[in-house]
Design a binder for this molecule. Structure first.
Ligand SMILES: [Mn+2]
Length: 451
């Protein structure tokens, strides 16, 4: 029998909302997982990538991470990990440094056997380079085998990696795929193999509403009462409280009503998101945010989703002005790269100060697509219409997520993200959010950007 903790998407170093307290939260969550590992005496901690939020973690994040890893090491518990898209660098990985220090084992195509289970690793690989993968893994003689991988795998949300292909092309019969990248915890069975995401350990975006946690995975002949070889149980983590307040204002109602609704919640040390809809009087977001802070909130963000009344002569005949902009853009023969630029300029999610850097990064990513310059060729109107159709699909899919129309802070968060030191930007890094369908990110900057 082998018992391991499966975690991932720790995002250490993320100063969410520019808050140093939030930055510490992400490290604390990692520490909480390690505490549980030590207390529970598991055989290993398996990390499925995105230990760091950024590929250039600060010294404080590195030191904090090293001391947590050292505690695990002192307890004799191995730390087995792969590299995620957020932390991936062009040269050596941070994980290699930890391995050099004797604090971690980087998983790959050779088996690392713990107890009676062989662990293999598959780092994040951008979509454009996946065709080159042969999923060849060296043989093992353990009783069980698990593949630890970072990417968006089927059959879960935002998937762009076919799980069945991985499993059938691989020469190892895996009992489980222990995954990272998708911040929503979920488990499914594909081709007789359990595939599971433990989710992020702190909310990296306000769309991550449900409680955070990790997986406890047991490889055993008697797993699940003898019915299976693997048992996956979810364990909850005590993380920073997030409070979501949604206020629908009726005619004549205004800020007092918003305050009243906000006051109904326990705001102490919480991240508070207030969403205002309906009719009613104009509300100054800053005033509500200040009120929430006075009531003890750590961070407060207000999104007013109401239409702005156009007065007098201007007759606004469409519900969403953005729609009109999109319609017009659809008629233009823009290249994919041009659309990237257009979106960077127009998107709410990109603060003015970061537009230049965002444009640079997106274009460099396009140039990095293995010499394929197709993204720079004008696309005629009809193709674009097809494109837009896809985007509708994508919207539909995300709308299925209960929390998706509440990304009040997305601008804020991506602002954080973008303001991180620009790197050798031509990294595979944000391949998924940007690649699959540019249009789908329209006003939809949400979890995808943090996966
Ligand atoms: Mn992630």
């Amino acid at each position: 029998m082998t018992r391991v903790i499966h975690t991932g998407d720790t995002h250490i170093g993320y100063s969410q909302y520019h808050s140093p307290v939030r930055r510490q939260d992400f490290l604390d969550a990692f520490e909480a997982v390690v505490d549980d590992a030590v207390d529970g005496g598991v055989d290993a901690v398996v990390h499925a990538g995105d230990l760091f939020h950024d590929r250039r973690p600060d010294l404080q994040d590195l030191m904090g991470t090293i001391s947590v890893l050292r505690r695990l090491n002192d307890a004799g518990i191995p730390f087995l990990a792969v590299v995620g898209n957020h932390e991936s660098t062009r040269g050596g990985q941070w994980l290699d440094l930890f391995e050099r220090l004797g604090l971690a084992t980087r998983l790959g195509d050779e088996p690392v056997v713990v107890g009676d289970t062989a662990f293999y690793g598959l780092d994040h690989v951008p979509v454009s380079r996946r065709d080159d993968l042969d999923y060849a893994f060296a043989d093992h003689d353990a009783d069980y085998a698990a593949l630890v991988a970072h990417g968006l795998f089927e059959p879960f949300g935002y998937a762009d990696w076919d799980t069945e292909t991985v499993l059938t092309e691989s020469d190892i019969a895996f009992d489980a795929m222990l995954l990272g990248d998708n911040h929503t915890p979920d488990t499914a069975e594909v081709a007789d193999t359990w595939v599971t995401y433990p989710g992020s350990t702190e909310r990296a975006s306000a769309s991550e509403r449900e409680g955070r946690g990790y997986n406890l995975v047991v490889f055993d002949a008697d797993a699940a009462g003898g019915d299976d070889r693997v048992e996956i149980r979810r364990r909850a983590l005590d993380t920073r409280p997030f409070v979501f307040v949604s206020v629908e204002l009726r005619e004549g109602e205004g800020e007092p009503r918003v305050r009243e609704r906000v006051r109904e919640h326990d705001l102490a040390e919480a991240v508070v998101h207030v969403e205002i809809t309906g009719e009613g009087d104009p509300v100054t977001p800053a005033a509500v945010e200040e009120f929430a802070s006075d009531e003890g909130a750590l961070v407060a963000r207000v999104t007013d989703r109401r239409e702005v009344d156009a007065d007098g002569e201007v007759d606004v005949s469409f519900a969403d002005p953005e729609d009109a902009v999109r319609d017009r853009l659809d008629e233009m023969a823009l290249s994919t790269a041009a659309r990237d630029v257009e979106r960077a300029v127009r998107e709410d999610g990109v603060p003015d100060a970061n537009v230049r850097e965002t444009v640079k990064r997106r274009i460099e990513e396009r140039l990095d697509e293995d010499g394929d310059l197709g993204a720079f060729e004008a696309v005629d109107g009809s193709d674009v219409v097809g494109d837009a159709g896809e985007s509708d699909d994508a919207d539909g899919a995300t709308d299925g997520e209960p929390e998706d129309d509440s990304e009040p802070d997305n601008g804020e968060e991506s602002d954080d993200d973008e303001s991180d030191p620009p790197e050798s930007t031509a990294e595979p890094e944000s391949a998924e959010p940007d690649d699959p369908d540019p249009a789908s990110t329209d006003g939809q900057v949400s979890m995808e950007d943090y996966l």
